[in-house]
Design a protein around this ligand. Sequence first.
Ligand code: FAD
Ligand code: SIN
Length: 535
Amino acid sequence: MHTVKDFDFLVIGSGIAGLVYALEVSKLGKVAVVTKRSLYDCNTDYAQGGIAAVLDEADSFEHHLRDTYIAGAELGKKQVIERVIKEGPKLIQYLIDLGTDFTRLDNSYDKRLENLSLTREGGHSHRRVAYAADSTGHQIMEALIHNCRINGNIEIYENRIAIDLITQHHIPQAEGFLPGITCWGAYILDTTTNQVDIFRARKTMMATGGAAQIYSHNTNPDIATGDGMAMARLAGARLANMEFVQFHPTAFWSPDGETFLISEAVRGEGAILRLTDGSTFMERYHELGNLAPRDIVSRAIDAELKRRGEKYCWLDARDIDHDVLRRHFPYIDGRLREYGIDFTKDPIPVAPAAHYFCGGVLSTIDGLTDIRNLFAAGEVACTGLHGANRLASNSLLEALVVAWHAAKHPSNSEPVDFPPIPPWHQLEDFNENEWVIISHNREILGTIMHGYVGIRRSRRLLKYALSRLENIYNEVNNFYQHNAVRKEVVETRNMAVVALAVIRSALMRKESRGAHFLIDAPERDDLKYKLDTII
Ligand code: FAD
Ligand code: SIN
């Protein structure tokens, strides 16, 4: 049994991109928000450092633009960067008006932008990061979720995973219905009952976030399996710049492999990186030292650790005023205490971990994709803002601005004709005996990506990774084709699709730029490669 649910707008994902779009288009019609787990299970809720925008008189749009372009190794698109940056202040005020409780300069209720306290992160030439202690994302989520819950036009569906977009490839009789590919919603699996329903919608917003879970060592929550990138690709959309996987330099390191992020804002407030013998090293790698762009810091740590045969280095925050440290970073303080670490007295063991996808579904600043009626916004999308490496705290900003623009796009008001949509071809059998195909391949995939497609790459290792991932994809896809659909199977197949896109893109770029460093070609080659990698 399946049901068909009709909406004007289907939003897949409940992070900042999905909920901002949902709130804005709810003024035009009925909206469904579907999300894999609870509304809070998303990268947005984990965001620590803050959201970047020009909020200080001494700063300027030109400076933010320049910092973004330079951090992105000059691959970003200047028109996109300019538009996103110029919208920043207005839309941060929008988040405040929705109830986001950013840290302010004084304790008054003055909620004007002028009263925001600003912090600094790597690659920024000014203090321009608005934050809510070290739980910025959670504060934003509280405000967005509250406003969605009280909105009579928004229906929320938790524990639902979108398994496929509804396009011509599911509806043979819709071939020639319209030229090009059109999206009419998605097949959605209820993970509590394993029933697949049709969510039919005039417009679908893909706001499914990133894919750092394809790396065994990463900062992301479990949901970040690249579903949106895989679904869009399988439906015929282009992906761009997938080789640029950003590693965060300072993920907490522990012998048991447990990790969480130590915000770059800790370095912004004065913490420094040290090797385990106490010596500093970042001054040897970049003039901005500890606050160099993220790709440079991650690579420097990786090189030092490999040279010394060590697994972690220290982040030393002991010289920061202890009150400032505890007040600004209460979440990190609490997590470190679980491991017996007092960051006012002890250095913090850290190592780089996969963190953010600069590439994704090729889209415009309005969220338009190759597929008619399908928008994409947030980490799933590649608009051209980040280029080859994202400037810290520019991702919440991008998600906010693009989701907002998508919601204001005139096509949201257009009527849409629907072809008859067949139910999901649900198989009855599920081969428990072969479940190992999923569990085993999922684990191996992460290890291969970490070892062969990490911070420093070689073409030989990339080719080995490609052949192993092709096998993994074939095994997992075969299981997917012949068994009743399950969340873990869908996710693992999507992870393989995304991993293959990362490897193929990395093989196409025979130079080093931003987050893609190739040992065989360590220099940048503007003549040949100052262009997007398209899959
Ligand atoms: P997300 O917030 O990740 O939301 C994706 C949503 O899609 C989730 O609800 C998920 O459940 C849902 N979903 C996924 N697949 C499916 C599916 N198949 N079906 C249904 N639902 C699905 N950026 C900054 O700018 N500043 C920061 O300080 C910062 N700190 C960070 C700290 C950490 C630890 C991490 C992990 C990231 C940080 N980032 C930061 C990056 C930033 O948080 C993300 O890029 C951004 O929040 C992405 O927002 P989003 O709406 O695109 O996706
Ligand atoms: C952090 O707080 O270091 C994360 C910031 C980001 O990813 O933009």
